[in-house]
Unconditional design. Structure first.
Length: 343
């Protein structure tokens, strides 16, 4: 296991590593208290955009399902009559300047998740460390956008928001400790923050906060080049992969969940767990590997012209949707859309 994997494994309990890191968690708590005091004093000033803002984020670090939740929110808002745009920090990208994402933007320049959101949602995406500045630039470039969805940013005080969607997975609050001794980015209060909707990307609720379960699974698979061309995933294609040995590669925070979903569809996979946000500067599997299936987050770093030799690369697409109760609760926190509701 890598150091990161060991650390994340320790977040499930208050074992020796968690106890060793507890003093650093206390320093992190002090930093949060200072930030909270500054926020009460109006520093930094929370930038308010001229359109509604929905923030999708996690209280816990790493892999709770934020990116598919952003896609589900964008789909919901369009269905309600909004024209959403997306802002994101662009985790792991080169540089910190504001950047508009296009399908030709390298993932290294904008971050893998913003590029995936642009390709899957077809929405305008702007990345920047300051989400409020990114939102203003997004609206300048795309005046048709009438609502902004922030990919992450739950703890980003510089961006005022109208609603928050908070996503938990099976881990819940883990060992209940703050980073780095535990997974919490902020202390868990007894109740959710105001104007928040809680979603569980899990088989059952994993905290005491009230919320509904999301539905997740695999929508199918497509060849890599066809995925880049926007071809719809096929369950038949995924089923055909069950008839041959397949290497499953995943550079995500929780690769085991991806491997398990493939096995649920009858695939017999050899696992290749890669570091989260793996850059694919080199191909990580043996050249003689006949078939490889990837997550979409990995596929964005392998454009169609990537030399892959004789290896056939397939992309397994996630099917994720919010419960009707979550959709209703989120819409009730927002103003009426500028266009009539479309069923």
């Amino acid at each position: 296991m890598s150091l990161q994997q060991r650390l994340e494994a320790s977040w499930a309990s208050r074992g020796p590593l968690a106890l060793l890191l507890r003093p650093l968690s206390l320093l992190y708590r002090l930093a949060l208290l200072l930030r909270s005091a500054l926020a009460r004093a109006g520093l930094p000033h929370a930038g308010r955009l001229p359109v509604p803002v929905v923030v999708v984020g996690n209280v816990v670090a790493g892999g709770a399902g934020k990116t598919p939740a952003v896609m589900a929110v964008v789909t919901l808002l369009r269905r309600q009559g909004w024209t959403p745009g997306i802002v994101s920090r662009g985790y792991g990208r080169r540089g910190a300047a504001l950047l508009a994402v296009t399908r030709d933007t390298p993932a290294a320049s904008c971050g893998d998740e913003p590029l995936l959101l642009h390709l899957r949602c077809g929405a305008a995406v702007q990345v920047g460390r300051d989400r409020a500045a990114a939102g203003r630039e997004l609206l300048r470039r795309h005046p048709e956008v009438d609502i902004v969805v922030s990919d992450d940013g739950l703890q980003h005080a510089r961006l005022a928001r109208d609603a928050q969607l908070i996503v938990f997975d099976e881990r819940g609050a883990g060992n209940g400790l703050l980073l780095p001794a535990g997974p919490l980015r902020e202390p868990m209060a007894r109740t959710p923050p105001p104007r928040s909707v809680v979603v569980y990307n899990a088989p059952a609720a994993s905290t005491a906060w009230p919320g509904a379960l999301a539905r997740r699974g695999l929508a199918g698979a497509t060849p890599l080049a066809a995925w880049w061309a926007g071809e719809a995933p096929s369950l038949d294609t995924l089923a055909a992969l069950a008839e041959r040995p397949v290497l499953a590669a995943a550079g995500v925070a929780r690769p085991g969940r991806f491997f398990a979903m493939l096995r649920e569809h009858g695939l017999h996979v050899d696992e290749l767990a890669l570091p989260d946000h793996f850059a694919f500067r080199s191909i990580p599997w043996p050249a003689a590997t006949p078939d490889v299936v990837l997550t979409e987050k990995d596929a964005v770093k392998l454009p169609p012209q990537t030399p892959l030799g004789a290896t056939r690369v397939w992309v397994a697409t996630l099917d994720f949707s919010l419960a009707r109760a979550s959709e209703t609760a989120l819409c009730q926190l927002l103003p009426r859309p500028p266009r009539p509701h479309e069923e």
